[in-house]
Ligand binder design. Structure first.
Ligand SMILES: *Cc1c(COP(=O)(O)O)cnc(C)c1O
Length: 379
């Protein structure tokens, strides 16, 4: 099946009890056994729940994996990956990274003995120097938040495979509509389902998708044992969201391309970060690796005056100033005080996150209204 068909049908069968076309919300914690050891695959909802099973199969299919494993948040999904390692194990992490990922590594797992090496992986050959016999995993995010840098997944996985190191890709920004890391050799795909997959800013959820049976078993064991599972109502909402993923992503991409071009032509705007712009330093790589350029972009104001940025945020009418991204509605964010507040200021500046950087999650509203709002806010 092609992507748009999978988005609507994958994992979803008419309900065995009633033939309901839409997967019911199995709001139950437990299931009656016929006799000891005799059941229909469901015994307790931390272990398995039919609504969650449908969603996990749908996500596995959209990422061309064999197993999807859902968690109560994106952070819980990342946490499950990190739980696979032991003190002394080394993990190499691309330094341009979601703030929460940095925080869980630095504040929870580094004190517990895991060793993290943060590095600019835009030139993957650097891995030849960084990988040691203790390196177990390379964690990358592409496109990155908030500067939309692109990392070459194929080059990274080729180097890592030759050294027996696994690769995890946070695919939240691209969504499976634009990029499938497993097809490029990655071992684990991580999603904050909260964002494009859910798509309507009404659910917090995370997911991991894998192909390898051993990884699937280990991560499912962690899911059940640590227990950070999503509830059936949330799984239902994401199943509903997935049905329009391809339509939404198409419009996100179209709208963001218009916004990016408009921003480059505005005299008050400085740098614009969008992989779809020919001037983006990794535009060619993005063309090769992705099937479109997504709905996220960032820009700076000329002169770099913090108060100017504050004024723009205060003037926005359509763009709400809010954490998160990937919903149907347009949002704006101030990375320095929001998503990246957990980085020390000098780390943040080293990453290129200036105090006047404005990040947009371009929604699927009418493009004329989006541009009108930007024009009146930037002035
Ligand atoms: C939001 C986000 C996360 C964390 O996911 P939650 O669902 O908020 O826990 C991880 N990575 C990226 C790129 C994100 O945008």
């Amino acid at each position: 099946m092609k992507f748009g068909t999978k988005a609507i049908h994958a994992g979803v069968q008419p309900d065995p009890a009633t033939s309901a076309i839409m997967t019911p919300i199995y709001q139950t914690s437990t299931y009656a056994l016929e006799s000891p050891g005799k059941h229909k695959g469901y015994t307790y909802s931390r272990s398995h729940n039919p609504t969650r099973t449908a969603l996990q199969e749908a996500l596995a299919s959209l990422e061309n994996g064999t197993a999807g494993i859902c968690f109560a948040s994106g952070q819980a999904a990342t946490d499950a990956v990190l739980k696979m390692y032991r003190p002394g194990d080394e993990i190499i992490v691309s330094s341009d990274l979601y703030g929460g990922t940095y925080r869980i590594m630095k504040k929870l797992y580094e004190p517990a003995g895991l060793i993290f090496r943060f590095a600019d992986l835009s030139e993957p050959r650097i891995l030849h120097e960084l990988i040691t016999e203790k390196t177990k995993l390379v964690w990358i995010e592409t496109p990155t938040n908030p500067l939309l840098k692109i990392t070459d997944i194929g080059q990274i996985t080729t180097i890592c495979k030759s050294k027996g190191v696994q690769v995890a890709v946070d695919n939240t920004f691209a969504s499976p509509y634009l990029q499938n890391p497993l097809d490029l050799g990655a071992d684990i795909v991580m999603h904050s389902v909260t964002k494009y997959l859910g798509g309507h800013s009404d659910v917090i959820m995370g997911a991991l998708i894998v192909r390898d049976e051993g990884l699937s078993e280990t991560l499912s064991f962690i899911q059940n044992t640590a227990g950070a599972v999503p509830g059936p109502q949330d799984c239902f909402l994401v199943l509903r969201g997935l049905k329009t993923l391809h339509l939404r992503m198409q419009r996100h991409c179209e709208n963001a391309a218009v916004v990016a071009q408009w921003l480059t032509e505005n005299p008050k705007v400085g740098a614009v970060y969008y992989p779809g712009l020919a001037a983006h330093p990794q535009h060619e790589l993005a063309r090769k690796q992705m099937r479109g350029f997504g709905g996220m972009l960032s820009f700076e104001l000329k002169g770099d005056v913090y108060d100017d940025a504050v004024r723009v945020f205060e003037r926005f009418k359509l763009f709400a100033l809010a954490e998160s991204l990937g919903g149907v509605e347009s949002l704006c964010a101030h990375p320095a005080t929001m998503s990246h507040a957990s980085f020390p200021p000098e780390e943040r500046l080293k990453m290129g996150v200036k105090d006047t950087l404005i990040r947009l999650s371009v929604g699927v509203e009418d493009i004329d209204d989006i541009i009108t709002d930007l024009a009146q806010a930037i002035g």
